[in-house]
Design a protein around this ligand. Sequence first.
Ligand SMILES: *Cc1c(COP(=O)(O)O)cnc(C)c1O
Length: 378
Amino acid sequence: MANKQYPFLSLAAVNAPLMDEIARAVERVVRSGRYVGGPEVDTFERALAEFAGTRYAVGCANGLDALRLIFRAYIELGQLHPGDEVIVPANTYIASILAVTDCGLTPVPVEPDTRTLNLDTALLRQAITPRTRAILTVHLYGRCCFDAAMQAVARDHHLLIVEDNAQAIGARCPLTGGRTGSLGHAAAFSFYPTKNLGAMGDAGAVTTDDQALAAAVRAIANYGSDRRYHNIYQGLNSRLDPVQAAILNVKLPHVEAENAHRQAIAEVYEQHITHPAITRPLWSADGSMVWHQYVIQCDDRDRLRQLLADAGVATDIHYATPPHRQPCYSRRWSPLSLPVTDHVARTVVSLPISSAVSLADAAEIAAIINSINLSSDD
Ligand SMILES: *Cc1c(COP(=O)(O)O)cnc(C)c1O
């Protein structure tokens, strides 16, 4: 008989408890005849701003666009200029970096802290040059990356702080008590289906307290027009689809429950995974980590993944090839040595974690992991 299978992430199972409500919300949009903008988008923008704790939220087409729109808007407003340097984490999903280079800005990668895997804020000062204008902080795997050191460097050098909050909706900053998305000058959200708050297609948003920035983002996302047929910027078309907004309006009130369940799974893994060849992620129970991914590290990563797959446990890697090793950046970053990032990329393994994984499943997965024999040659 086949073993029990533990999928890495079943989105149908994640969305199953809300499926009827989601279907009614989608039908409402379909029957309304209003297919761009409209009340679902307005409602979601208000709800997201309130959730994040910012004055403004502007929906857009996806998380990468949310980041691009922020940088474009700062350029249009004269607060950033092409060629300016933006400090970025070397260990991140490539979309963070694509947004910077797409806007003609220069990414300056900083190595991660080996425990948090987020940008090591102790290395920020040595990355500053006369051209540094901003820090793009990425709350990777759901862990808030904003501390007193980052705050001090930004203050001393008059830097903008842009948050890539694609993975950390609902996380709280231990320093300020505020939620991610409200910590810097502007923040990008992604509602890609696998995120903790996932739509059923692409969707994103920008949050900020800055009225001028919010207005510029909204205009650039709508062909650069501030009013109909009046184009003040050479803009894009990147709007939040009302069908996705309606789905997000159903799901946003449940995101804290989703995050709480992920925290409970992480606690099971934290208490039960004892394999000597595996390093568990830095434990956090203060709400500063919403466990978008539960990332363990193992020197024999590929063999571990194969043996887990054989035992029915699907895993994933976030991310096997860091941005500076991608072909599109190989020329720009060829003289760069980022050994910590390279080591992370060689050792990370993501375990199943979502509301579709039960606590009993998590305990079973931990037991399977502990039973893996990495030393045998067979
Ligand atoms: C998902 C993600 C993005 C991009 O969001 P999309 O909606 O897929 O465009 C950007 N940054 C990080 C860290 C992400 O995880």
